[in-house]
Design a protein. Sequence first.
Length: 218
Amino acid sequence: MSHVLRLILARHGQSEANAGATAPDPESSPLTALGERQAAAIADAVETPADLIVVSRFRRARETAEIVSRRLAGGRLEEWPVHEFQYLGATAYRGTTYRERRPAVDTYWEACDPERVCEAGAESFVAFLARVHAARERLERSPERSILVIGHKKFLHALVWSWASGPAAADAAAMRDFRAFDRGRKFPNGAWIEVELSAGRARIGETRTAPAPPRTAA
């Protein structure tokens, strides 16, 4: 990369599943009213339209991107495979809350098996890391000057971790290191991290948030 790329990694607004509701599957939980206001806060904080808005296919990210792109009124919108790490699979989500899934989450990470696939359609850590590295390389090759990525906590943290730690083999040690990185840093709904990419180097900013706009009167 010979130019400077301003990259904003933004987590989607609060979804119904984030707020404690049951999830029909990993993908289709919509934004809450607060999540919609958090999406607006992202747009207000960014201010200048990005050349490109990258979004995952998951509903909560797409709805966030739609609000952001309307308010910024500029920049093309592209869907990339930057969706969240779904290691448990769809069965674990069906009709459950995050609290109910927590024992299965803990069991998965305690096993620390990077090749484990919990069920058909779930993703191993090896596959997840390959997807993260592919997105990173695509971003680094991009000719744009500014890109806004609207995605999910673990995927965005994995991007930041890969720039901060350097390329890692998808082994148990990397899995433990990423888990510690992800758990040790807050990345709430509607937050973002700015990354400046130049000459193969990344300058990573702090995780930032902006107050969500107040509710409008009914």
